[in-house]
Ligand binder design. Structure first.
Ligand code: SP5
Ligand code: ZN
Length: 334
């Protein structure tokens, strides 16, 4: 399987994240990508398609913010990395503010995702990696892997969060649409619900979003991913959420993924994007499912037998020592 990665994706390396009332070491470390790269035996460098396919998903003001926030933070005299602390609660009227703290609140969904001077470079490269894998599949590959890092599925059209800045799965799906694939589906099997992807396609009937994830009643991102969220307007019925309890093992996960695949099959996609997170692994330090390394081959085969052209993008997975084996095993199932 062709696989893609750009070294510039390593530039984003926050030291700390604010979580559970204190600063802890940042979980989404560059070593994640290096571990995967070693396990899969390297990857091709993506090309550079510029920002047009990124702007097809993300707001221009948000992209400018991602580029400018670190300098604004510095100019404001702040030490460390840019982190928001005040958020415009739902239904506040839109205000056109310029203070860095206000912008951080507008463009972030949490305080666990610092923006560093290397963030834009890494996120941009991660998006190019997703696009390269998408082009490979559009050109006839049955499946291709984008070693995206930073990940993407928590990022919305105009906000970051959950270690994500640019929604690489959405950028891949949109690029496939713009290349003429009429019906695109996204299967999200990261431990966490992909709130950003859901938001981006919430009212659209051209991209189906199905997610298997930890119940948001107990797990981040809390405010999205409940079973009754099904999309709205033209997108009604084109979103499927399958929350599972902590402790979930292969059988229940596989059943839920099968339900997602059946819904995607009924919808008849021209191309599938898989948001793959290995944070469903039993030893993940921030998650609560109990999949084993061998389970990933079974889950991958269930997806592969459907036969859709498939772009696999990397999302979460924080047990760095096991990450390479988990990802390699998943890819080996295709
Ligand atoms: C892409 C993805 O998997 N994002 C996950 C975001 C989860 N954020 C909330 C949980 C933060 C837990 N932080 C643990 C810090 C350990 N140093
Ligand atoms: Zn995750």
């Amino acid at each position: 399987m062709r696989r893609f990665f750009a070294p510039a994706q390593l530039t984003h390396a926050p030291a700390l994240e604010l979580h559970n009332g204190g600063f802890t070491p940042y979980a989404e470390v560059p070593a994640r990508a290096e571990a995967i790269l070693a396990a899969i035996g390297g990857a091709e460098a993506p090309g550079d398609e510029g920002d047009v396919p990124i702007r097809a998903v993300h707001d221009a003001a948000y992209l400018a913010f991602l580029r400018d926030a670190p300098a604004m933070w510095r100019v404001a005299g702040r030490p460390g990395e840019a982190i928001p602390y005040a958020f415009p609660i739902v239904r506040r009227r839109p205000l056109h503010l310029s203070r860095i703290d206000a912008l951080l609140g507008v463009h972030a969904m949490d305080a666990t995702t610092p923006i560093t001077p290397g963030t834009w470079t890494s996120a941009y490269a991660s998006a190019q990696t997703a696009l390269a894998a998408t082009r490979a599949v559009l050109a006839g590959e049955r499946a291709a892997f984008a070693l995206c890092r930073p990940p993407g599925h928590h990022a919305g059209a105009d906000y970051c969060g959950g270690y994500c800045h640019l929604n690489v799965a959405a950028i891949a799906a949109q690029a496939a649409r713009d290349a003429g694939r009429v019906r695109v589906a996204i299967l999200d099997i990261d431990y966490h619900h992909g709130n950003g992807t859901q938001d981006i396609f919430w009212t659209r009937d051209d991209v189906f979003y199905a997610s298997v994830h930890a119940d948001p009643a107990t797990d981040y991102p809390f405010f999205w991913g409940h079973a009754d969220e099904r999309g709205e307007d033209a997108g009604e019925g084109a979103t499927l959420n399958l929350p599972l309890p902590r402790g979930t093992r292969l059988d229940a996960f596989r059943r839920a993924q099968g339900q997602a695949l059946a819904a995607i099959g009924a919808w008849s996609p021209d191309l599938l994007v898989v948001s793959f997170g290995a944070d469903t692994w039993e030893g993940d330090p921030i998650s609560g499912f109990a999949l084993t390394t061998a389970d990933y081959a079974i889950l991958a085969r269930d997806i592969a037998v459907a036969g859709w052209p498939t772009v696999i993008v990397m999302e979460g997975g924080y047990a760095v020592d096991a990450l390479g084996a988990n990802v390699a095993t998943f890819l080996g199932g295709f």
